[in-house]
Ligand binder design. Structure first.
Ligand SMILES: Cc1cc2nc3c(=O)[nH]c(=O)nc-3n(C[C@H](O)[C@H](O)[C@H](O)COP(=O)(O)OP(=O)(O)OC[C@H]3O[C@@H](n4cnc5c(N)ncnc54)[C@H](O)[C@@H]3O)c2cc1C
Length: 371
């Protein structure tokens, strides 16, 4: 029996599995998802006060659609032999979908082991546990990009927050569009900014900055620098500066290997590559899963065609900004922006338990955000 193996149980892996199972129908084909955890972790919600709520049991999606879950981590991929090794077990595949996500690159600096982050569920829980036991706190958040801004504005409700950014401006990767509204929100929340500097040492009681100053702090939280999973290095092919495999319009890397989500860079539209985000990981997963099975069954493959790009950035008690397009021109801000951000955070939950609903969602590769 032919075997499709999906590596990763995040947004891309789960939707690959659903789309693969949908196109398989009642065909004679085995689909296995390999991921170490029992849950899909909703990473975009890990900055929230109760990060443990940001999970979905994988079995509630995979069991109803007949996808096996092997709870293991993949160490080796041999594309010539069509085999992978997961925790010492050798697994053969006919088509492989790599969807192993990304990880925060922690800096090498004195005291780095004292850094907190919100990249994984255990890390987010560690931060929350640490701050919960304090009566007011000072938090230094390093990086004023997407994750850094969401963490800083969320934490500002209960303590003093200092945002440290190496660039000379906040939100350097988000462009000019949303910046004025973000600045207003940071002012409103009394978040201090230290621009053009970074943290060079983490002491037990605070952070040393590259300008020589010291900020006494209860927690120093690193948010800068996501890289594709290092498994990408085992797949022959071109990579971008984030370590992502360059894939074609069908999300094929080469031969019998497809890639989706944060491990892959695909053309989102003319002139733009995908962004490491759920809004791209979900349709990439559906496209790659469909194509991996379609390729085996000899049915038509589909091209990756994401919905128009949007940005929804939570700003804590200051609301949120919701922007459309690659220039991120603000469509909604404040309470209205927050409403849309919450809508997005809800809609990224996959349907559970009911195969018909899961397949119905898997069959719609692109869902434009109706705002
Ligand atoms: C704090 C934060 C805020 C974010 N906010 C937003 C946002 O507002 N909007 C947005 O669109 N995106 C946001 N993102 C980005 C978004 O979370 C990612 O782009 C998305 O999770 C990518 O999905 P993925 O399936 O590719 O990877 P992941 O969600 O990273 O999933 C990877 C999966 O692979 C598994 N895996 C890893 N290594 C192995 C291995 N060796 N063997 C087997 N399995 C393995 C993992 O266990 C996991 O199941 C945010 C991310 C963070 C960290």
């Amino acid at each position: 029996m032919s075997h499709v193996v999906i590596v990763g149980g995040g947004f891309a892996g789960v939707w690959s599995a659903a789309a693969a199972a949908r196109v398989r129908g009642s065909g004679d084909l085995r689909i296995t998802l390999i991921a170490p955890g029992a849950d899909l972790v909703l990473r975009p919600r890990l900055y929230e006060p109760e990060p443990e709520r940001a999970t979905v049991a994988l079995k509630r999606v995979l069991d109803p659609i007949g996808v096996d879950h092997v709870r293991a981590a993949v160490q080796d991929i041999d594309v010539d032999a069509h085999r992978i090794t997961a925790d010492g077990v050798d697994i053969a595949y006919d088509r492989l979908v790599l969807a192993a996500g990304s990880r925060l690159v922690r800096p090498v600096l004195p005291g780095a082991d004292r850094l907190f982050d919100v990249d994984t569920l255990p890390a987010a829980q560690r931060l929350r546990g640490h701050l919960r036991s304090r009566d007011g706190y000072t938090a230094v958040v390093v990086g004023a990009g997407f994750a850094g801004l969401e963490v800083a504005t969320e934490l500002a409700g209960q303590g003093r927050v200092v945002l440290v950014e190496q660039a000379g401006e906040i939100a350097p990767d988000l462009g000019f569009g949303p910046r004025p509204a973000i600045e207003v929100a940071l002012d409103h929340l009394a978040i201090e900014r230290r621009l053009g500097t970074t943290v060079t040492e983490v002491k037990e009681n605070g952070a040393v900055l590259s300008d020589g100053s010291f900020i006494p702090a209860d927690a120093v939280i690193w948010t800068a620098g996501l890289q594709a999973n290092p498994l990408t290095a085992q797949i022959p092919g071109d990579r971008d500066r984030l370590g992502r495999l360059i894939v074609d319009a069908r999300l094929r890397v080469d031969g019998d290997v497809f890639a989706a989500g944060d491990v892959a860079a695909a053309r989102a539209d003319e002139g733009h590559w995908t962004v490491q985000s759920c809004q791209h990981a979900v349709p990439m997963g559906k496209t790659a899963g469909h194509n991996a099975v379609a390729d085996l069954l000899g049915v038509p493959l589909v091209d990756f065609a994401p919905a128009p790009y949007v940005t929804g950035l939570d700003l804590g008690a200051a609301g949120a900004v919701y922007a459309r397009g690659w220039d991120r021109l603000i469509a909604l801000s404040g309470a209205e922006g927050k409403w849309v951000k919450r809508w997005i955070m809800n809609v990224i939950h996959p349907p559970l338990d009911d195969p018909a609903t899961i397949f119905a969602h898997a069959g719609v590769i692109t869902t434009p955000i109706p705002f």
